[in-house]
Design a protein around this ligand. Structure first.
Ligand SMILES: NC(=O)c1ccc[n+]([C@@H]2O[C@H](COP(=O)([O-])OP(=O)(O)OC[C@H]3O[C@@H](n4cnc5c(N)ncnc54)[C@H](OP(=O)(O)O)[C@@H]3O)[C@@H](O)[C@H]2O)c1
Length: 234
């Protein structure tokens, strides 16, 4: 087993996932950059490796159960450990959609990726983490999933992130006392392909809180939702 902590980031080929991967590698972790397109994941990893960072690449489509198991169990086998999972990959394909007139194809695709994708990655990762009684799972959520500020439009995305928040709490409760901490963070609006409108915030700005949660000490929080390193009362 390698002595270096190993992190796996989903959707790490671009946007926030790439910024999180870079930040974790700069903090001395070995980072497995995953992407649903193998070539895109490799290109991103090659870029970081050129900067002297310890990284590798793996194909991982979060909607494909076999791909998830292959990437996550494979990482555990290759390195003898998986310390950190960042469930970053997500889609936002229903802007403006109202709950009263749903396009259930878009709803189904959104829930499949944003809830079930993170859920199946977590289940596979927990099996690896429990072997070493250590793990940090970070679910990337959104302010649009907050129940306390819930509004109309983008219904599939909102419901998916609210569901991800619930999953965070359920997993944290189940894993209490095992050494595996599960938290969610909202990165805030960032200038990525997904961005809702204009913003000056970069993926690097958004990566600060997920990186902090991915590197929490043993007495760190679990089951919480955070933005700017502060707990949210959702
Ligand atoms: N941007 C914002 O303002 C904002 C605000 C709040 C929360 N967030 C959240 O932040 C996270 C990252 O978003 P982003 O802004 O970086 O968006 P992005 O630039 O659109 O990147 C999304 C990433 O997810 C990947 N992905 C999508 N479906 C996938 C699948 N089935 N399997 C594996 N990877 C998949 C994409 O891969 P491909 O390159 O193959 O498409 C891409 O790498 C998301 O969870 C999002 O909901 C973003």
């Amino acid at each position: 087993m390698t002595d270096t902590r190993v992190a796996l980031v989903t959707g790490a080929n671009r946007g926030l996932g790439l910024a999180i991967a870079r930040g974790l590698a700069h903090r001395g972790l070995h980072v497995v950059l995953t992407g649903r397109n193998q070539g895109a994941a490799e290109a991103a990893a090659d870029d970081l490796a050129r900067d002297g960072l310890s990284v590798s690449a793996h194909q991982l489509d979060i909607t494909d159960a076999a791909s998830v198991v292959h990437a996550i169990a494979g990482t555990g086998k290759t390195f003898g450990r998986l310390d950190v999972l960042v469930n970053n990959a997500g889609i936002a394909i229903d802007r403006g959609q109202l709950a009263s007139s749903p396009d259930f194809e878009k709803v189904r695709a959104t829930l499949e990726a944003n809830i079930l994708g993170a859920w199946r990655c977590s289940a596979a990762a927990i099996a690896e983490m429990r072997r070493n009684n250590f793990g940090r799972i970070v679910n990337v959520t959104s302010h649009l999933g907050s129940l306390s500020t819930m509004a109309d439009t983008n219904v599939a995305y909102r419901v998916s992130k609210a569901g991800l928040n619930a999953l965070t709490r359920v997993l944290a409760a189940e894993l209490s006392g095992t050494g595996v901490l599960v938290n969610a963070c909202s990165p805030g609006r960032m200038n990525t392909r997904m961005a809702y409108g204009e913003t000056d915030r970069t993926p690097e700005d958004g990566a600060d809180t997920p990186i902090w949660l991915a590197t929490l000490p043993d007495d760190g929080p679990t089951g919480g939702m955070f933005a700017d390193r502060k707990p949210l009362s959702w």
